[in-house]
Design a protein around this ligand. Structure first.
Ligand SMILES: C[S@@+](CC[C@H](N)C(=O)[O-])C[C@H]1O[C@@H](n2cnc3c(N)ncnc32)[C@H](O)[C@@H]1O
Length: 206
């Protein structure tokens, strides 16, 4: 089976199964922050009932439009073009779950500001789900480039008032699939995609 078919199959079967294991329910409201081409949003859409919703947010209109165009079943997805830093508090407050997958590295966004805000406004049992990649390209609080590890991320989250609730080592890094250079060679298999740990955090004391 080629990689395109395997990705579709993941979105239909293994992806939804993973999202359930992470704690998403049929009526959950989930923010997919930096949704990109929407592989995770689609996997979630496949388990939601009529009261559940994904709010798929990305700062890049071109990527968001490509995601929208390829997704036939968009009843449970609201698309939103915007930057993490500019999203109104009410969007975070109304949700139960936020996915931050392959977005926390690099100079932007400022995750410290985001987590400080979330710690003040989210409901009890809210899940902050992180799938970090590019660990050598993280920034510290001063904005300096630093090599991170999963433990360093967990410690930092603890300091900001969050506790690790669940860890599942099945997060897929879809980057290579969206690299025209890699795809032009025609040799990429689904099994070649990097797999990383998904870290679910809740507010400490919950
Ligand atoms: C590497 S992709 C990951 C896509 C998706 N989360 C996944 O794991 O397949 C990162 C996405 O985050 C978006 N992004 C980066 N910084 C952002 C920000 N500050 N606010 C909103 N979206 C952002 C980028 O436009 C890009 O589509």
């Amino acid at each position: 089976m080629d990689i395109h078919k395997k990705i579709k199959k993941w979105e239909k079967n293994d992806g939804p199964k993973l999202m359930r294991e992470l704690g998403i329910k049929t009526d959950s409201i989930i923010i997919d922050m930096g949704c990109g081409f929407g592989h995770y949003s689609i996997a979630i859409q496949n388990i939601l009932g009529k009261n559940g919703k994904v709010i798929a947010i990305d700062k890049d209109q071109r990527i968001l439009s490509m995601f929208k165009d390829r997704n036939e079943l968009s009843d449970n997805i609201e698309y939103f073009k915007g930057k993490l830093e500019d999203i109104e508090n009410s969007i975070y407050e109304d949700a139960d779950f936020i996915l931050l997958y392959d977005i926390l590295h690099g100079a932007s966004p400022d995750r410290f500001q985001l987590f400080e805000k979330l710690s003040k406004i989210i409901k009890p049992n809210y899940i902050i789900s992180i799938l970090p990649f590019h660990l050598s390209n993280f920034r510290d609080r001063e904005g300096k480039k630093k090599k991170y590890s999963y433990n360093k991320i967990i410690n930092e989250m603890n300091e900001m008032g969050f506790t690790l609730d669940n860890k599942i080592s099945k997060g897929i890094h879809f980057e290579k699939y969206h690299s025209p250079h890699i795809m032009s060679k025609g040799t990429l298999n689904f099994e070649d995609l990097e797999v990383g740990d998904i870290l679910n955090f809740i507010l400490s004391g919950n």
